[in-house]
Design a protein around this ligand. Sequence first.
Ligand code: BES
Ligand code: ZN
Length: 519
Amino acid sequence: MDNSLIVRFSLSQEWITEKEAVVFGVFEGEDIPCGLGFRKETAEREARHLFPVFSAVKHYCSHKDFSGKFGETVAIYPENVLYKRIILCGLGKKEELDDEKLRQAAAGAAAFAKKMNAGKVSFTLFGAPTQDATARLRAIFEGAALGLYSFDAYKKEKEDASRKLKKMEAVEFLLPEIMEESEVAEEKNKLDKYIAIAEAVYFARNLANHPASVVTPKFLADTAQALSKLYKSITCEIFDKQKLIEMGMNGILAVGGGSAHEPMFVELVYKTPNENAPTVALVGKGVCFDSGGISLKTANGMDEMKMNMAGAAAVLGAFFTAVKSKLPVNLVALIPAVENMPSSKSYRPGDIIKTMSGKTIEVINTDAEGRIIIADALYYAVSKYNPTHLIDLATLTGTCIDALGNHYAAVLGNDDALIRQLIESGVATGEKLWMLPMDDVYKKQIESAIADVNNTGGKRSAGTITAALFLKEFIGEHKSFAHIDIAGTAMLPEAHGYKNKGGTGFGVRLLTEFLERLK
Ligand code: BES
Ligand code: ZN
């Protein structure tokens, strides 16, 4: 799998030279490009050079064809300017611009430049007065890089070629001309870090978008193992079916039993040399395809269930990004990987599974499979590592989409501080979370007359909450657990801003940010 960003990203201080396309931001109601981030006393040469640009923008805006409304994008072609095209990107009201809007604006401008056939696009670091140069660089980079993602691995004729478009090859960010070398080097380090994070998002998107015939449990395990070989600080263990039997991971075995692709369990461990570092265990749901099993889903939309491993993809992406940047945090990533298929070997409605924890599950519906495999992973995480923080990411319930749609994931847990940290990381990255109550008042719904719990929550109402309560049954006395239901955010029915249709890689940036803030 090639997870490179396709487009090359760089920093430049060269303003006074020919350029194919340069993007400027304009606030609603204003008629000059905003926030170039120059320091007044040093920007004379640039200012003189940009004077014709400013007057062209002013002239253009005076016609009222463009008002700087958020999402509005136009190209102008002024004379006496070294730039072939100037792309004006509407930023909306100054006081409303935040990092997330900036990401979206940058994605819109990058897509626009691509459509205009530009082989290279240069971004000025526009933004709100409250956003410093680094925040602008990060948001504009993320918007452009993530917005330019496309998945055409299986197209004979690639999209660009079929539309006779020149391939966009490079994006540069314009820093002040006289910025010191050491300061530029600092920004370059930051950009490299952002590139690594964006590559992890591409990685997670690709894993979700490749079909289930390719991304099997073994493929997930092999991918994790291959990546782990790149770092001495990681150990990787893969449990095959035999090992799962020995370990008593009967939840994973039951759900994966119906498929010719045998279930696997991936255990990745990263140890920081820092003493007294927290240990974070991340569990990612890895259902490579979810037909529903014997409780077969209807045909409509079943194809999307190749993405039911998006939690696993995000956990892997975040894990390797954290390792790459040597975060001072101990990390454990656990991936139960299965395919949920109907066959004579499948588990059935009515079956009772004795999980690794010893607790039993009455299977009411084999389509509520995610919680069963995560149950074993959570128990394993707590009993082996007793982590300071325990977090799982899962495309777990359709009812989460009923509640929050595609723009917020649900977070539930037993530690308010952990939940708050996660929500704040979501705000910072644009991977937003909304808390639902993991309150025992709903517990009656997961009771079973003949086993310790049932696997459906009895009825559809409060389905996301009862799924979380189910998971809580398997964490023992653990006091810092959060469950993140990404059913609506991991895959989009249509593109939105810098998020493409299909797998979005949701969770990679959220978890990376959370881990960064922990250190
Ligand atoms: N993977 C699904 C949940 C899902 C649905 C994710 C749509 C993304 C988009 C999960 O395995 C599932 O099938 N859940 C059932 C549970 C029910 C049977 C209790 C659901 O939500 O319908
Ligand atoms: Zn299911």
